[in-house]
Design a protein around this ligand. Structure first.
Ligand SMILES: Cc1ncc(COP(=O)(O)O)c(C=O)c1O
Length: 389
């Protein structure tokens, strides 16, 4: 006999990811050009793959320390010091995770008591709200609009802070809008955060893919380090999505709490992936820099073509996404994406997958080859000429 209420209320109420739901449609369709998935089209550079293969041949097949290989934590600490002047102790301020995804989950579970609120910008990456809820917290969405260029401003932030808000989830460059923040903009946000004594969970997985100015790591700001859980990983910069490896840095007390959860649920990230991550940080930067240059080149092309075909788009400052308005077309986001897929075999993600503020927008990923992008935009142009004029 099946028990009633088999599934927990939190999970029952959780909506499945709008991206996945849409891409189930794509499966099985022929000749589709996908500008949908948020995943590099490059394979992991060879020197990184080779180092992992070699480690397996050498017999590295065991668990590692819960916190991750000392060698990897050493490289992470060195990398953060070199790039941002950030000092994290490899022994108790760094935890290697199964991607940034695990970092978000474990951070929420370590920090939140039932009912505590977390500010989350919307539109945003699909996992933040559900991860807050799974941890028993309450996401409070801050609506970002096209008018403000989808940017969080100090005024907007302050307006949304109430006494029961404990933390804010940041993500820059942002998935899905590509928006990032200059150091000055971050400083101004940080002042409000410090004044209101909030914790910050800062997902900077696209930090290396910042095109117009230097990326500022949140914990480098005045009084930010002690309140920031810094999340980063290898999926995007190094084209290593399938290896599932990332890391979290933060104050000792928070990392110790997160490590407790991680040790019971995950034990450790796979050793062969950690070996690959070591090579990613210590090996040649050349193939990595080449991928970043290529994304930059594609951004120029994509933004140029979007404007040409009449889809208004602010210039994304980072990541590999554009978030154009399709309002001029008179279709809602889901209808636009479905019709474009059915009629022209181009897959994009409806903006509503990232929150209700995404209505009237689509997300285009330019982590796709130049030839694919060219063809996809020609098809999209035909679609718009047909449907929207
Ligand atoms: C903003 C953001 N954070 C985290 C992730 C997940 O990263 P990982 O592969 O390291 O788990 C993604 C993946 O698309 C993302 O866009």
């Amino acid at each position: 006999m099946m028990k009633k209420n088999l599934i927990s209320n939190v999970v029952q109420n959780m909506k499945p990811s709008g991206i996945r739901a849409f891409f189930d449609l794509v499966l099985g369709m022929k000749d589709v050009i996908s500008l949908g998935v948020g995943e590099p089209d490059f394979v992991t550079p060879w020197h990184i793959r080779e180092s992992s293969i070699y480690s397996i041949e050498e017999g590295y097949t065991s668990y590692t320390s819960n916190k991750g290989l000392v060698k990897l934590r050493t490289y992470i600490a060195q990398d953060l010091k070199k790039r941002f002047g950030l000092i994290y102790d490899l022994n108790d301020e760094i935890l290697v995770t199964v991607g940034v995804s695990e970092g978000v989950d474990v951070a929420m579970r370590a920090l939140l008591n039932p009912g505590e609120k977390v500010l989350v910008c919307s539109p945003c990456y699909v996992s933040y709200g559900p991860m807050v809820e799974l941890a028993g917290g309450v996401p409070v969405y801050i609506s970002l609009t096209e008018k403000q260029g989808f940017k969080l401003t100090p005024k907007l932030l302050e307006k949304n802070i109430t006494p029961d808000v404990k933390a804010i989830m940041l993500n820059y460059p942002c998935n899905p809008t590509g928006v990032s923040y200059t150091k000055k903009e971050l400083k101004d946000l940080c002042k409000i955060i410090v004044k209101n004594d909030l914790l910050v969970i800062s997902d900077e997985v696209y930090g290396d893919l910042t095109y117009d100015f230097d990326h500022t790591a949140f914990p480098t700001l005045v009084n930010a380090r002690e309140r920031t859980v810094y999340l980063n990983g290898f999926s995007k910069t190094y084209a290593m999505t399938g290896w599932r490896v990332g890391y979290v840095c933060g104050p000792k007390e928070i990392i110790a709490a997160m490590t407790k959860i991680h040790q019971y649920t995950i034990m450790c990230a796979p050793i062969m992936s950690q070996m690959a991550a070591c090579e990613a940080l210590a090996g040649s930067r050349e193939p990595i820099d080449e991928m970043i240059r290529e994304y930059h080149r594609r951004r120029e092309f994509v933004v140029g073509r979007l404007n040409e075909i009449g889809l208004k788009c602010h210039k994304p400052q980072g990541a590999f996404y554009a978030f154009p308005s399709i309002k001029s077309c008179g279709l809602n986001s889901v209808d636009f994406a479905s019709k474009l897929l059915k009629e022209k075999r181009v897959a994009v993600v409806p903006g509503t997958a990232f929150g209700p503020e995404g209505e009237g927008f689509i997300r285009i990923s330019y982590a796709s080859s130049f030839d694919h992008l060219k063809e996809a935009f020609d098809r999209m142009e035909e679609f718009i000429n047909n449907k929207c004029r």
